[in-house]
Design a protein around this ligand. Structure first.
Ligand code: THU
Length: 140
């Protein structure tokens, strides 16, 4: 079931990501990121960035939310909100991971004041993506 996205939904997904952001573990960059992923079934997963003293082992907020959802058996998403201080955009790795689960997922990008800066789709963020369809054994 595809959930409709109202203005209230948009704002509450942003507010929830901003609240989650307080739990970001970002002692090195001090750049706190919060994400909220809503699945097509209506469940909501939060994520924050989790940094590491071995810098490359850091994980982005978006992927934490996605991996929480997938590990719960949720594979279909309708929207993800991403909140940073300055309205930063999802990184390339997160765009690729999002693309695995659908090009039409809506991406809301907001700043630390909870203001929606951009609303796009994964397709907008990652045109010409390499997807499961390019493999011999695409997901069913
Ligand atoms: N970060 C995210 O959580 N998501 C992104 O899409 C971009 C970057 C995090 C990783 C790191 O902890 C901090 O932001 C600075 O790069």
């Amino acid at each position: 079931m595809v959930q409709k996205l109202s203005n209230d939904d948009r704002q509450s997904l942003i507010d929830l990501a901003n609240e989650a952001r307080k739990k970001a573990y970002a002692p090195y960059s001090n750049y706190k990121v919060g994400a909220v992923l809503r699945t097509r079934s209506g469940r909501v997963y939060t994520g924050v960035n989790i940094e590491n003293a071995a810098y490359p082992q850091t994980m982005c907020a978006e992927r934490v939310a996605i991996f929480k959802a997938v590990s719960d058996g949720e594979l279909e998403f309708d929207v993800i909100s991403v909140v940073t201080d300055n309205g930063g955009s999802p990184c390339g790795g997160c765009r690729q991971v999002l693309s695995e689960f659908g090009m039409d997922t809506i991406v809301l990008i907001a700043n630390g004041e909870g203001k929606l800066m951009k609303e796009l789709t994964v397709k907008d963020l990652l045109p010409e993506a390499f997807t499961p369809n390019h493999l011999d054994n695409p997901k069913s």
